[in-house]
Design a protein around this ligand. Structure first.
Ligand code: HAM
Length: 414
């Protein structure tokens, strides 16, 4: 038997129904916030990602040479493609330009629950300005999407990469040395970060200050005890979020993020029920356009790990159950088969989800099948009832049956 590749998944019709439901819920919410959907290719020139995304992403990239000798990569994320698209074609659009996307990404990671080699992101980017308004608008959308998903337990932690970068650079650490230190601090691997900071020439007092800064986590008023440009910016972001009515957010000055392109605010959302792979969303502000041949434009964005959020909702037991199949139509005899098809055709035209016996089964077996596929009603097309212009409608949940005239059927089912 040929198996699917490691780290990939197939989805059943039931799973796809749930996935489409949440996809569309997220689309509607993003549109409510004034964002518009874009789509970009699944593969890009590898260079798009090697330029700035950082070593983590590059190590995990699905890259190959195509028949024309070009270095191609399956996209590991959608921020760099969005910015490439912007530089190529969207620079004349009014700003801020507010876009969102949904699609699969590929990373050669060690697969486990919540971590796949092919996974889906729902994300958004606001292109235009580096001010707190933009950041709050983007964090606000992420917060509203997650609230709308029905997930109950999660934490939104917001920091500013400028705080740690500022401390490193005023201690004389150059950006190339700072990147590996930040990666260790991101994972809170202090025993590994400390020797790197010593090698970079930082004093013990500065190292302690940096480590304790990454441990500033809690309500936004924690910021009152600190000062500086990055802290002031963060305070304004929290103030606007409060205006928007978003108060379930906290400060975390230890948020660094795994990608290298962030320059300003950075934020993450965790769903603790997921254990090791608990991060369901990550984002921040950055500027990539100048690397891709455009003018420098600041942006803020995020991506929700669509698979992880669905996993978390399922773990919490709050996946909504839906079935669009309202009616399953069963003829009681050979003579009634064409009438059954006519009823299904009519129901479908009227927008009622309907299906019909295709296996020439007995009424009893058809009732079992209708139950197994989750139909809400069975419509029994019998000769006697048909002669009176009626069918029997059976509610599968309650077992109740009633006679309904053909002309009233759509109304009765709706
Ligand atoms: P990221 O943190 O690398 O950020 O990915 C965003 C989210 O995708 C993660 O929080 C996680 O939920 C999900 N994710 C990542 N890798 C996997 C995987 N192997 N399996 C399942 N889910 C995964 C970005 O990609 C940035 N482009 C976000 C962004 C947009 N920043 C600014 N704009």
């Amino acid at each position: 038997m040929i198996q699917r590749p490691r780290g990939t998944r197939d989805f059943t019709p039931q799973e796809m129904e749930t996935r489409r439901y949440f996809e569309n819920l997220f689309r509607r919410e993003a549109e409510l916030h004034g964002f518009g959907e874009i789509a970009t290719p699944i593969f890009e020139h590898a260079e798009l990602f090697t330029l700035k995304s950082g070593p983590n992403i590059i190590d995990e990239m699905y890259a190959f040479e195509d028949k024309g000798g070009r270095q191609i990569a399956l996209r590991p994320e959608l921020t760099a493609p969005s910015m490439r698209f912007f530089v190529n074609e969207l620079t004349n659009f009014p700003r801020p330009l507010k876009i969102f996307y949904y699609g699969q990404c590929f990373r050669y990671e060690r697969p486990q629950s919540g971590r796949y080699r092919e996974f889906f992101q729902f994300g958004a980017e606001l292109i235009g300005a580096p001010n707190p308004e933009s950041d709050a608008e983007v964090i606000g959308l992420a917060a509203d999407l997650i609230r709308r998903s029905g997930l109950a337990n999660y934490n939104i932690r917001i920091g500013h990469i400028g705080v740690l970068r500022g401390k490193l650079s005023s201690g004389g650490v150059v950006p190339e040395e700072a990147a590996p230190i930040l990666q260790k601090l991101d994972k809170r691997l202090y025993d590994e970060a400390r020797p790197l900071m010593q090698e970079a020439g930082l004093s013990p007092a500065t190292i302690d200050d940096i480590v304790s800064t990454t441990q500033i986590i809690g309500p936004p008023d924690l910021l009152e005890r600190h000062s500086g440009e990055a802290i002031d910016h963060l305070k304004q972001v929290f103030a606007i979020l409060r205006d928007y009515g978003i108060t379930n957010v906290e400060v975390d000055l230890g948020v660094v993020r795994g990608l290298d392109y962030y320059t300003g605010i950075v934020f993450e959302v965790d769903a603790p029920c997921l254990g090791a792979e608990k991060q369901v969303c990550g984002g921040g502000s950055y500027s990539l356009t100048e690397l891709f041949g455009g003018e420098k434009v600041f942006s803020t964005g995020f991506a929700i790990g669509f698979d992880r959020i669905l996993l978390a909702i399922e773990k919490e037991g709050s996946t909504p159950s839906r079935n669009r199949l309202s009616a399953y139509v069963v003829p009681t005899s050979e003579n009634m088969r064409h009438k059954a098809f006519a009823i299904v055709g009519m129901l479908r035209k009227e927008g009622v989800g309907a299906d019909v016996d295709l296996m020439r089964r007995s009424v009893g077996k058809n009732l079992k099948y209708a139950d197994a596929v989750g139909a809400r009603h069975v419509i029994i097309v019998g000769e006697k009832e048909n002669a009176q212009g009626s069918v029997t409608v059976r509610d599968l949940a309650s077992g109740e049956q009633k006679l309904v005239r053909h002309s009233d059927l759509v109304q009765a089912l709706k």
